[in-house]
Design a protein around this ligand. Structure first.
Ligand code: ATP
Ligand code: HSE
Length: 292
């Protein structure tokens, strides 16, 4: 039996829609695999009651199929589904690493990115790789149609998860079809600023570059209390705040000294809007870990 822990992730980071992603130190999914004549899946843990065990509907089933690696797969969910914290991707990334090792497929972590993205195609309709890339590789990742670039980074973050469900499929349905040239120019500037910030572990530059005028304003309409939470986090010292992935999770970037105050301000602001939430005080972390 092989065991893999794969981390939650935050995609988009505002200006990098469908391209940027980062691995979170916590939470994470744990996947255990054993060889079997055909794939079976059991799911326990956070939100497991909402996750199908049918291999045709679970992201790990798509990964087993893509690697031609049938197995008995047990998923222990640390990342609740429909969270914006890459729940479906964490399982897919863990399964890709585990099954690749179990069947000696010899794929590199980078080569496993499109394999794990097959799981995303199953649940959201598109094989976007911006969650599976950081879950597999760790750090900050830039996933384009034909390449993935990774840099190690250790910027502190707070990921606040409200008790609201937003499906990625629905949130993709409200992405605007077009953008103005001014919006594109601003976005390119912000994305470049954020990228430089990651290479310098600089929360100020990363936070500044997280602003997005194209996709995020539409997505925030799906998150009750978003504006209040954003303002509270900024007042408590966050250097940037945006929707995590497709939401409803909200990501704040910060200096370590402000982390606790920001977490508490975000939870209180959700509470004031009548929404329960929990905040993970963490940092950009490692990719999937294999335990033999
Ligand atoms: N192994 C899995 N783990 C989590 N969700 C799964 C899994 N397999 C299938 N699903 C389905 O995928 C959907 C959750 O995926 P979705 O992309 O909406 O959420 P998310 O991964 O938390 O969000 P995001 O991609 O925005 O970070 C749910 O409908 C869930 O039932
Ligand atoms: N880039 C994807 C990530 C989903 O987690 C989206 O925002 O739809």
């Amino acid at each position: 039996m092989l065991t893999v822990r794969a981390p939650a992730t935050s995609a988009n980071l505002g200006s990098g829609f469908d391209v940027f992603g980062l691995a979170l130190g916590t939470p994470a999914d744990v996947v255990r695999v054993e060889r079997a004549p055909e794939t079976t899946i059991t799911v326990t843990g956070a939100g497991s009651e909402y996750i199908p065990e049918d291999p045709e509907k679970n992201t790990v089933g798509a990964v087993a199929e893509a690697l031609d690696a049938p197995a008995r797969i047990r998923i222990d969910k640390g990342v609740r589904p429909s969270s914006g914290l890459g729940s479906s991707a964490a399982s897919a990334a863990a399964a890709a690493v585990a099954l690749n090792a179990l069947y000696d497929r010899g794929r590199s972590r980078k080569e496993l990115v499109p394999v794990a993205a097959e799981g995303e195609a199953l649940v959201s309709g598109e094989a976007h790789a911006d969650n599976v890339a950081p879950s597999l590789l760790g750090g900050f990742t830039v996933a384009t149609d034909d390449n993935v670039t990774q840099v190690d980074a250790s910027v502190p973050v707070v990921a606040c998860l409200p008790e609201i469900s937003v499906s990625t499929r629905d949130a993709r349905g409200i992405v605007p079809d077009s953008a103005t040239m001014d919006e594109v120019v601003t976005t390119v500037g912000n994305a470049a600023t954020l990228t430089v910030g990651m290479t310098r572990d600089d929360p100020e530059l990363v936070g500044k570059g997280m602003t997005d005028e194209i996709v995020t304003p539409e997505r925030t309409k799906l998150i009750d209390g978003y504006e209040g939470v954003r303002e509270a986090a900024l007042e408590a010292g966050a250097t940037g705040v945006t929707v995590s992935g497709a939401g409803p999770g909200i990501l704040a970037v910060c200096h370590r000294r402000d982390q606790r105050a920001i977490a508490s301000a975000m939870v209180d602001a959700f509470d004031a809007a009548g929404v329960e939430s929990r905040a993970y005080q963490t940092a950009i972390g490692q990719g999937a870990t294999l335990y033999r």
